[in-house]
Design a protein around this ligand. Sequence first.
Ligand code: CMC
Length: 430
Amino acid sequence: MNEHKAQLDLGDEPVELDVLEPTLGLPGIDTRTLRSTAHHVTFDPGFGNTAAARSTITYVDGAKSILLYRGYRIEDLARDCTFLEVAYLLLYGRLPNEAELSAWTADITNHALLNEEMRSFFDAFPRRAHPMAVLSSATNAISTFYDVYRRPTRPSEIDAGARTLIAKLPTVAAWAYKKSIGEPYVYPDNQYSYVENFLRMMFATPLEEFRADPAVVKALNVLLILHADHEMNCSTSTVRGVGSSRANMFTSVAAGMGALWGPLHGGANQSVIEMLQTIHDDPSATIQSTVDRAKDPNDDFRLMGFGHRVYTNLDPRAKVIREFASDVFAAMNTTDPLLEIAQELEQAARADDYFIERNLYPNIDFYSGIIFRALGFPTRMFTVLFAIGRLPGWIAHWMEMNTDPETRIMRPRQIYVGEAERPLPRIEDR
Ligand code: CMC
């Protein structure tokens, strides 16, 4: 058999399918012609075995714990780069030089302000509104101020959309938080870096200026980099799927935020802390009973922050976070009983056959919430922080999808298992 072809035996003539070669990872069998030539479809719920696109952005080797953005190791980027530098890398495919980085940083800084009319948008939400609901609504709402309801076509328009979103999302996030605690909104200030500005808008009040500790700025910078992209995950696939209908970048990203919010995806970071807090507060919820519940097939409870579709080994992002957790606590001169519980829970799960057999390791969300807590963020903001981090990845994928000649509107097939055609009974006969 030709090494670039795959053969499928369906009983009659064998069907020959092209094999697409990757730079890294597994080759893909091209099934695009399968339905028209062999009258079969592929069946893959959750798309665990389906490549949705050829992409140049991010590579994950789940068995070897490797995560690369545009070919660079996540550990190296987290150690040496700023979040905006990594955002540029994801969007434009290469690291900026000094002049490009300073122009890009200035551009983002200069666009952090929201249109003043957006104030009434925040005012309209109830105080108890979850900040993820506010964030995704506001992301759509921002587009109404820039008349971007159509898909942009010129590169300059696309760049402007990317810049607008990356510049304004921290302001939106901080204002959603201020609204929820009944404090006045704090405006961005050009003298601060991206991360410092966000922290200040979150924690300054008219009574007291907020000076961010450099250790906190560094830690948040690293956390945002670690979250910045993860190839075809659920929210990114949502952004690509919505964008494939030629919907604009803002509404595609807002849809991605909805996907991220779910507890099996980015919402897990909030659920992890709630799980650890329950173990801390409730004497009947021990480490062992929590592990046992997660193993029970009759209980839909899962060990939050454990397991991953792609990693069959430790998530490299969790490794970076776990390693710097103690530095953060030392710099903040604080401790957290939940960190100890998390470590014990990890040990108990990793020693248990159920988790060993299924290759279930801690993922990024297992330790990120503990650091977010140490940095002073309330639990309900954790998934919002994930969203700020993931934004450059969503946009990079939207941009790639938008210019890829192989993009088609996302429209999967099905295997219909419902009723065959039947006559419609009259209402008195039903
Ligand atoms: N606790 C207990 N059992 C689990 C867990 C868990 N956290 N994760 C997977 N399993 C079991 C699952 O029950 C199944 O067992 P069996 O073979 O007996 O039916 C087996 O492991 C395979 O699981 P799966 O559900 O088929 O795996 P998946 O690839 O569809 O799901 C996942 C991946 C991340 C949704 C899942 O591991 C999970 O629900 N984890 C907890 C939520 C979480 O931490 N999510 C954050 C993911 S990482 C960051 C992000 O992407 O947002």
